[in-house]
Design a protein around this ligand. Sequence first.
Ligand code: CP
Ligand code: NVA
Length: 306
Amino acid sequence: MRHFLDLDLIAPADLRSILDEAHRMKKARLGQPKGMADKDASLQGHILAMIFEKSSTRTRVSFDVAMRQMGGSAVILDTHTSQLGRGETIADTSRVLSRMVDAIMLRANSHKSLLEMAKWASVPVINGLTDRSHPCQIMADLQTLEESGLALKGARIAWVGDGNNVLNSFIDAASAFEYSLIAACPNGFKPDAKTVENARTKGARIEITDDANIAALSADCVVTDTWVSMGDENVSQRMQAFAPYQVNEELMAKANARAIFLHCLPAHRGDEVTNAVMDGANSLVFAEAENRIHAQKAILRWCLEK
Ligand code: CP
Ligand code: NVA
């Protein structure tokens, strides 16, 4: 059975084929109304259960739309209105849902819950974000970069800001796609050392600095994310630590002339990114959001392939 838990756990050839499939599926339905099924309706009759322990706009809508377009459907649960909120275990929930649906997507507070769900599931489990990682997001980001014409192999991707879950997934995929990643994060907010070490062992080129200007220098792509992720505390300490890490026009000017700006969204305009960059000609944030649909279709197909 194929779970989609983290990008470092999936063979590079499989990640490549998922991305190719995402491009193919997007092209195959260009210009169609969004509610119209794909011609091949490749997941006809399949049901995805989605469980949200945290808020979501993009993940919720993109998975739901993906399932509908592929001829299947989705059931959406959250902790408040399901028995999870009243103490039913993840293990029991996982075994129950495995009898009712064909795949499970979980957005979890703790990565441990995701692993527990996968341990007990007899259907594929997909990581829809945890405190550790956000692999679906990075597949959509890589699709966005490739469709802009950037070759991932040898590309220089600069991460500016928090060493968080989204950055971890960028690190996890670096060796498979052979981009070099330079992350500028303040002290106390660097990415997980084990994640970096694991990627480097596989040959990934990862640099960590605390200087946003160094990271942005000659970058092909500059990426940032919120300074306060869901579940984070010490908000005022964070806002202070991250103030020098705003992605603004001055920072983008250090990057390559046509450097792309990405942000998984939701953005906090005026904090981690300015309006000028978010709405600038090199910002692909809304294509990036749309690509969640296409990338996740390919992920779902990979998980459910017989
Ligand atoms: N980028 C992302 O995962 O957005 P949501 O939190 O809205 O799902
Ligand atoms: N790092 C953010 C991503 C949101 C999509 C969070 O975890 O809240």
